[in-house]
Design a protein around this ligand. Structure first.
Ligand code: S3P
Length: 462
C-alpha cells in the first residue's frame, strides 16, 4: 500500500510537452518477429517495461541473441527533447531457418498475456516442446481462446483440456492451414493464429467479429511475410521465413492516455504528447474524449514510424501512423455511450475513461465490456470498487459498465489494483486530478508498462 498525496497538487494545472515510452504491443511484436527472423534486426524505441523484458527473456531462452544499448534513446521516449525514460534500443539476431532451441526449463511470461499467447502461436509451428508459465495474474487468464485454433492446426497441449498456464505446447513443423472465425475480437488470438499460419502448409485466415489492433498485420510484411487484409479477415501463406528488419517503435497511446486524461480533468491544463502511435485501432479513447467535450488537437506525421512496414489492403500500402496529440481541459464534460463495436480500439483505456466519466454531467455507459473481467485483473469489478470508494456511482449491467458523477470523497481512501498496472495508474490520475490523498495497493505494478509514469506526471506539474 502506498500513499499518493494528490492534495499537494490541488489547483495546479498540467502543462507541457512530453514523450511517452515505446508502444507495448509493437515492442512485443518487434522482439518476437526479430527473434524468429533470419539475420540481425535493429529495434529502436522499445518499451523498457517488465512485460517487454519478459518477452526478451523468453526469446533469449529460445536461442535469439539480444544486445541492448546502454541508455538507449528512441523516437518516443522520455521528455519533450527525447531523453530516454522507459525506452531501450538494441539488436536481435534471430534463430531464422535453424528454428528455436529446445529450452530446458519452463519459460516465465511474467504478467504478460501478449507474450504468452503470441508465443504459443509462434512455437506451435516448430518441432519443440515448451512449457509456459506466468505470475499469479497470468496463470488465471484464459488460454483456451488460442489453444482451440492451434489444436485445429495440429499442435498439442498438455494438460489436455487445460485452459490456463502453466501449459506445455508440443509444436509441429507440419501444421495444417485453417480458416478460423474467432468468437472474440482479440489481437492476441488473431496474432497467435497468423504466427502459426506462417509455418503451416497453405493459406491460414482469421476472421474476427470486429477489428482488434492490427499491428501484426502491419508489422509482419516488414519482416518479409506478406499479410493480406480484407475487411475483418487477415490471411497469411505458410512457408515464409521472416528476415531481419529495422524498426522504430512510436510512443504508446495507452501510456499517453494517462497524461491526456489527467490533463482533461484539471482546469487550465494543456498537455502535448508527440511521437505517439495514432493507429486507428488504438485511438478509440480519443474519439470518446472528444465526444465528452475534451478539446483535442491531433497532428499526424507524414513519414512512416516503422521503417519498411506495411500490409496490403486491396492495393494500398497501410502503415503505422504516428503523430502528436494535445489535450486542453474543457469547461464541462458530457456523458456518452460507448458502443460495443468501439470497444476493441479502447479496451485498455476503459478504466481511465470511466474515471473521466465521473466528472461528466450524467450517466456514461460502456456497452459490451465483459472482456475487462479477464484482463490483468477483473478490471470490471476493480473499476467499480475503486470509483465507488471515490464517491462516484458505478455498476455493471450484464456486460455493460455504467458510471455517474463524483461526490469527492473525504478522508483517506484505499484503492485496490489486484496488481494491475493500468488500475494503479488510473488511481494515481484520480488522486492528481481531484487533489486527493489516496492509498493505492501495489503501485509498483506500473513498471509493467510505464516505469517513469510518476516522474512524467510530476514533470507536467511545473
Ligand atoms: C494486446 C491486445 C489486447 C490488449 C492487450 C495487448 C496485444 O488484448 O488488451 O493489452 O498486444 O495484442 P486482447 O487481444 O486479449 O484483446
Amino acid at each position: 500500500m502506498t500513499l499518493f498525496r494528490g492534495s499537494r497538487y490541488r489547483g495546479i494545472p498540467l502543462v507541457g510537452q512530453l514523450r511517452v515510452p515505446g508502444d507495448k504491443s509493437l515492442s512485443h511484436r518487434a522482439v518476437l518477429f526479430a527473434a524468429c527472423a533470419e539475420g540481425t534486426s535493429r529495434l529502436t524505441g522499445l518499451l523498457d517495461g517488465l512485460d517487454v523484458r519478459s518477452t526478451i527473456a523468453v526469446v533469449q531462452a529460445l536461442g535469439a541473441r539480444i544486445e541492448l544499448d546502454e541508455g538507449g534513446e528512441g523516437l518516443a521516449s522520455g521528455t519533450a527533447s527525447g531523453t530516454a525514460s522507459g525506452t531501450v534500443s538494441g539488436t536481435v539476431s534471430g534463430w531464422g531457418a535453424q528454428g528455436p532451441r529446445q529450452p530446458v526449463e519452463a519459460l516465465d511470461c511474467g504478467n504478460s498475456g501478449t507474450t504468452a499467447r503470441l508465443l504459443l502461436g509462434l512455437l506451435a509451428g516448430y518441432p519443440v516442446t515448451v512449457t509456459l508459465t506466468g505470475d499469479s495474474s497470468l496463470v488465471r487468464r484464459p488460454m483456451r481462446r488460442v489453444i482451440e485454433p492451434l489444436e485445429l492446426m495440429g499442435a498439442r497441449f498438455e494438460p489436455q483440456g487445460g485452459a490456463t498456464l502453466p501449459l506445455t505446447v508440443h509444436g509441429s513443423d507440419r501444421l495444417r492451414a485453417i480458416d478460423y472465425c474467432s468468437p472474440v475480437a482479440s489481437a492476441q488470438v488473431k496474432s497467435a493464429v497468423l504466427l502459426a499460419g506462417m509455418r503451416a502448409s497453405g493459406a491460414t485466415s482469421v476472421t474476427e467479429p470486429s477489428l482488434s489492433r492490427n499491428h501484426t498485420e502491419l508489422m509482419l510484411p516488414a519482416f518479409g511475410v506478406p499479410v493480406a487484409v480484407e475487411g475483418l479477415t487477415s490471411r497469411v501463406t505458410g512457408g515464409a521465413l521472416p528476415h531481419a528488419c529495422d524498426c522504430v517503435v512510436p510512443g504508446d497511446p495507452s501510456s499517453a492516455a494517462f497524461l491526456l486524461v489527467a490533463a482533461a480533468l484539471v482546469p487550465h491544463s494543456r498537455v502535448t504528447v508527440p511521437g505517439v502511435s495514432l493507429n486507428p485501432t488504438r485511438t478509440g479513447f480519443l474519439d470518446v474524449m472528444r465526444r465528452m467535450g475534451v478539446q483535442l488537437a491531433i497532428e499526424t506525421s507524414k513519414s512512416v514510424a516503422l521503417s519498411g512496414m506495411g500490409a496490403t489492403e486491396g492495393n494500398a500500402l497501410v502503415s503505422e501512423l504516428f503523430g502528436s496529440v494535445t489535450v486542453s481541459a474543457p469547461l464541462e464534460l458530457m456523458p456518452t455511450v460507448v458502443e460495443p463495436h468501439e470497444v476493441p480500439a479502447l479496451i485498455d483505456e476503459v478504466p481511465l475513461l470511466a474515471l473521466l466519466a465521473t466528472a461528466a454531467s450524467g450517466e456514461t455507459r460502456f456497452k459490451g465490456v465483459g472482456e475487462l473481467r479477464v484482463k490483468e485483473s477483473d478490471r470490471l469489478s476493480v473499476i467499480i470498487h475503486g470509483l465507488t470508494a471515490l464517491g462516484a456511482r458505478a455498476w455493471a449491467e450484464g456486460d455493460d459498465l455504467v458510471v455517474a458523477g463524483l461526490r469527492p470523497c473525504r478522508g483517506s481512501v484505499s484503492l485496490l489494483t489486484q496488481g494491475d498496472h493500468r488500475l494503479a495508474m488510473t488511481w494515481v490520475v484520480a488522486a492528481r486530478a481531484f487533489g486527493l490523498d489516496l492509498i493505492i495497493e501495489r503501485l509498483s505494478s506500473m513498471d509493467v508498462s510505464y516505469p517513469g509514469f510518476l516522474a512524467d506526471l510530476e514533470c507536467l506539474s511545473g
